[in-house]
Design a protein around this ligand. Structure first.
Ligand SMILES: Cc1ncc(COP(=O)(O)O)c(C=O)c1O
Length: 385
């Protein structure tokens, strides 16, 4: 045994011991007073993390279910949606919306580039009859390691007084990068439990604005499991409409306490600094980061696969020899990039261990690295403010 496993895929993230211990509590009756208290604590902590006074909705589901919930509650078949597409997960949103009969208009950006907010706002400006019912973008496109400027799109849309519901995929950004749901006029922010919230997978969480609620009263897409109204009625009464993920919620309360103890701005700053060190480290090894520096994500780093080193072999050696598990490229980026997840419970020692293992693996596989150069670059970056 080589020591602990470093699960550095771009989610699920490592689950802290504290969270696992909290999840090990005996179950409570989900129709009883203990559950109502647990739910209230989770909702209140989540409002802080989403930076919203709007409603919080919790579904037993992976993140994709939360995206589907946004679609079927806001839209009617044939409704027009303006969507920024720039990778696997923004593409997934478009697919879900199209399957439900929405008329999606794609604004395409190269994979590895950030969404250009000006282009999105310009499309809204030219939408004279305000025919778009929804605007969608990812905050963090996990498949390419790109963080997008949600603020500029949200503020630009608000200045135009465009009435579309603004939906943001925050699956790999919540509690990792600043997302000011209310201040940036985000109407629906969607996340999953398994990334910034440091829990196992199994919960989709949405923050829903009054504008989105209004749309939900008019939307005609069929829904039962995903119906916000049924969920809110139950949650307002301290209950759940279906059997809830109580153990995950014990863990969520603990994770929210951990985030509050560190302070949300400190959580963002830690991820920013560590991500910068990861990029410095891989560049120090002579490798290139896929996105440009200004669009680089604080939660996942996508690195161009070095010539002559097979991606799968590299990941296998890393896992078997060093216990470091990283992600590969998805779909058209398969074999072309590797992705390092650095989200949740992670600090400088872990970053150095991960980079050291990558450096050794590349060296062993004949990659263009000189041992120690990546580590040194990361150390210098970590020493900076
Ligand atoms: C940005 C983004 N959106 C959506 C999803 C889908 O989430 P899930 O796999 O939990 O359904 C992911 C998963 O990694 C993601 O990173």
């Amino acid at each position: 045994m080589r020591g602990r496993q470093f699960l550095q895929i771009p989610g699920p993230a490592n689950v802290p011991e504290r969270v696992f211990r909290a999840m090990g509590q005996p179950l409570v009756n989900h129709r009883g007073p203990e559950f109502a208290r647990l739910l209230a604590d989770c909702v209140s902590g989540l409002k802080s993390v989403f930076q919203t006074t709007g409603d919080i909705l919790l579904f037993p589901s992976s993140g994709s279910g939360g995206l589907e919930a946004a679609i079927v509650n806001v839209l009617s078949p044939g409704d027009r949606v303006l969507a920024a597409v720039q990778g696997v997960f923004s593409e997934r949103f478009v697919q879900i919306a199209a399957k439900h009969g929405a008329a999606v208009e794609r604004v395409e950006f190269d994979w590895g580039r950030g969404v250009d907010p000006a282009q999105m706002v310009d499309r809204l400006r030219r939408d004279e009859g305000s025919s778009y019912k929804m605007v969608f973008m990812s905050h963090n496109e996990t498949s390419t390691g790109v963080l997008n400027d949600v603020k500029s799109v949200g503020l630009g849309k608000a200045r135009l007084r465009h009435p579309a519901v603004f939906v943001v995929d925050a699956v790999s950004s919540l509690a990792l990068a600043d997302l000011q749901t209310d201040a940036w006029h985000v109407d629906v922010a969607v996340t999953g439990s398994q990334k910034g919230l440091m829990l196992p997978p199994g919960m989709a969480i949405l923050a829903v604005s009054p504008r989105a609620w209004e749309a939900a009263t008019k939307a005609t897409m069929p829904r039962w499991y995903w119906d916000w109204r049924q969920l809110k009625t139950a949650m307002d009464a301290g209950r759940a409409p279906v059997t809830p993920v109580t153990s995950l919620m014990f863990g969520l309360k603990e994770a929210l306490d951990m985030i509050a103890e560190e302070g949300l701005p400190n959580v963002f700053e830690r991820h920013r600094r560590l991500a910068r060190a990861v990029r410095a480290g891989v560049r120090g090894m002579g490798l290139s980061v896929l996105p440009e520096e200004a669009a680089a994500s604080p939660s996942v780093t996508a690195v161009i696969q070095p010539d002559g080193v097979d991606q799968k072999t590299m990941n296998n050696v890393l896992r078997q020899k060093y216990g470091v598990v990283i992600g590969g490229g998805l779909q058209k980026l398969e074999g072309k990039i590797f992705r390092i997840g650095h989200m949740g419970q992670i600090g400088a020692p872990e970053v150095l261990a991960i980079l050291g293992a990558i450096e050794m693996t590349l060296s062993e596989l004949g990659g263009p690295v000189k041992l120690g150069e990546g580590l040194k670059a990361a150390e210098l970056s970590l020493l900076e403010e």
